[in-house]
Ligand binder design. Structure first.
Ligand SMILES: *Cc1c(COP(=O)(O)O)cnc(C)c1O
Length: 362
C-alpha cells in the first residue's frame, strides 16, 4: 500500500526499526540526552533559536496548547481562516472563552494580508491573530511572511498552525516573527503520530505569563521547566521520540533547503500531472500547497468510489474532502517521505482508475 493522505505519512525502515527499541527511564540520563538531541535538531528545521517544546498529543493538542497558554477568557482574537483547520483553531479559542472575530476566506483561496491589516485597524482591541500556514483541507499555502508583517505592524501576538507544512516547506520562525508555531510528528517528519512540537519565542512567553485560560497537561511553563532538566512533566511518548530522532537525522542529512526543494518539485509534478489527466485543481494555483494537492472530482464521477478503486485495485490510499468538500474533491498528500516515483505511481493509477468510475476526458 502507498499511503498518500496528508498525514499520517509513511515512515522509512530506519524509523520503523527505531520503534522496536526497549523503553528507558524518562527521568534518567539517557532520556535527557535524547530529548536534548531531538530538540536541537527540531530548532534547525524550525529555524529558531527560541524554545521548542514537545507535547504528547496529535497536532490538535498543540493548537489547544497554543490557545490556553497565551490567552485569557474574554480576549479578543482575530481568526484568519480559509478551511477546516483554520475553523478548528478558532473553535478551540472560542470554546475556552476567547471572543473570536473571523475573517472567512472562500475555501480554495488564500488569505489576503491586506484584509488582516484592515481588520486589525478596525478593531484595536484585538490582541492575537490565529492563522493556518498550510491549509490541508483545501491545499493552500498562505503568504505567512506578509500576514506576519501585517500582524506585527500592529504589534499583535501571532499563533500559527503549520502542522502540515513545517519540515516540508520553508517557515523561518524567527525571521517571520511567529510567536507560537505548532507542528505535528505524523506530517512532514517521517515519524508516526504522537508528538506535537511547539515553538515559543520571547513575545510568546510574555503572553504565557499573563494568560489565564485553564491548563494543566499542556502547560508550557511546566514543559519548559522540565525541559531544562532534560525531562517532560508527564511520561513522554518515548517510542515516537525514538522515531522522530531518526526522522530528524535523515532530514539533517538531506538538508532543509533540499527538502523544501524536493517538496516544491513534487508539488509541481502532482499539479501538472493531474491537469494533464484532464482534471482541475480545487485551490488557487498561485498559492498551491507543496504538501497536499486538492483536485476537483469531475462531473459524473463518484469521488468515494474513485478512492475505493485506487485503494483496492492499485494499492494507493488518498484522502477525500472534509465537511462541505466531501465528495467534491480528493486530496493527494505528498509530504515527508515522498519521491517523484511515488507520485508517478499515483498519477498512473489515477489515469487507469478514472475511466472505470465514469470519467470521460473530453
Ligand atoms: C493534521 C492537521 C492538524 C491536526 O490534526 P491532528 O489529527 O490533531 O494531528 C491541524 N492542522 C492542520 C493544518 C493539519 O494538517
Amino acid at each position: 500500500m502507498q499511503l498518500r493522505v496528508p498525514g499520517p505519512t509513511p515512515c522509512p525502515d530506519e524509523v520503523l526499526q527505531s520503534m522496536t527499541k526497549q523503553m528507558i527511564n524518562h527521568r534518567g540520563k539517557e532520556f535527557a540526552e535524547l530529548i536534548r538531541r531531538v530538540t536541537d535538531k527540531l530548532k534547525v528545521v524550525f529555524q529558531t533559536k527560541e524554545d521548542v517544546l514537545m507535547l504528547g498529543a496529535s497536532g490538535t493538542g498543540g493548537l489547544e496548547a497554543a490557545i490556553v497558554n497565551t490567552l485569557s477568557p474574554g480576549d479578543k482574537v482575530l481568526s484568519v481562516s480559509c478551511g477546516v483547520f483554520g475553523e478548528r483553531f478558532a473553535n478551540i479559542a472560542e470554546q475556552y472563552g476567547a471572543e473570536v472575530k473571523r475573517i472567512q476566506v472562500e475555501w480554495g483561496k488564500a488569505v489576503d494580508p491586506q484584509q488582516v491589516r484592515d481588520a486589525l485597524k478596525a478593531d484595536p482591541g484585538i490582541s492575537t491573530v490565529l492563522v493556518t500556514h498550510n491549509e490541508t483541507s483545501t491545499g493552500i499555502t498562505n503568504d505567512l511572511s506578509s500576514i506576519s508583517a501585517a500582524v506585527k505592524e500592529f504589534d499583535k501576538l501571532l499563533l500559527v498552525d503549520c502542522i502540515s507544512g513545517l519540515g516540508s516547506i520553508n517557515l523561518p520562525v524567527d525571521e517571520w516573527n511567529c510567536d507560537v508555531v505548532v507542528a505535528g510528528s505524523q506530517k512532514g517528519w517521517m515519524a508516526p503520530p504522537g508528538i506535537t512540537m511547539v515553538s515559543v519565542n520571547q513575545r510568546g512567553w510574555e503572553a504565557v505569563s499573563k494568560a489565564k485560560m485553564p491548563r494543566f497537561y499542556f502547560d508550557f511553563t511546566r514543559a519548559k521547566n522540565f525541559m531544562e532538566k532534560g525531562q517532560t512533566p508527564w511520561t513522554p511518548t518515548i517510542t515516537t521520540i525514538y522515531a522522530l530522532d531518526v526522522g530528524l537525522s535523515l532530514m539533517e542529512k538531506e538538508g532543509p533547503k533540499n527538502i523544501f526543494a524536493r517538496h516544491a518539485r513534487i508539488g509541481k509534478i502532482t499539479r501538472e500531472g493531474v491537469k494533464s489527466l484532464g482534471l482541475s485543481l480545487f485551490a488557487d494555483e498561485a498559492f498551491a500547497s507543496n504538501t497536499v494537492t486538492a483536485v476537483n472530482v469531475p462531473q459524473g464521477v463518484d469521488g468515494k468510489k474513485l478512492n475505493e478503486v485506487l485503494r483496492d485495485e492499485y494499492g494507493i490510499v488518498i484522502a477525500g474532502g472534509q465537511q462541505t468538500l466531501a465528495g467534491k474533491i480528493f486530496r493527494i498528500g505528498h509530504l515527508g517521505w515522498v519521491t517523484e516515483a511515488d507520485i508517478e505511481e499515483v498519477l498512473s493509477a489515477l489515469k487507469n482508475a478514472l475511466p472505470s468510475v465514469g470519467f470521460r476526458n473530453i
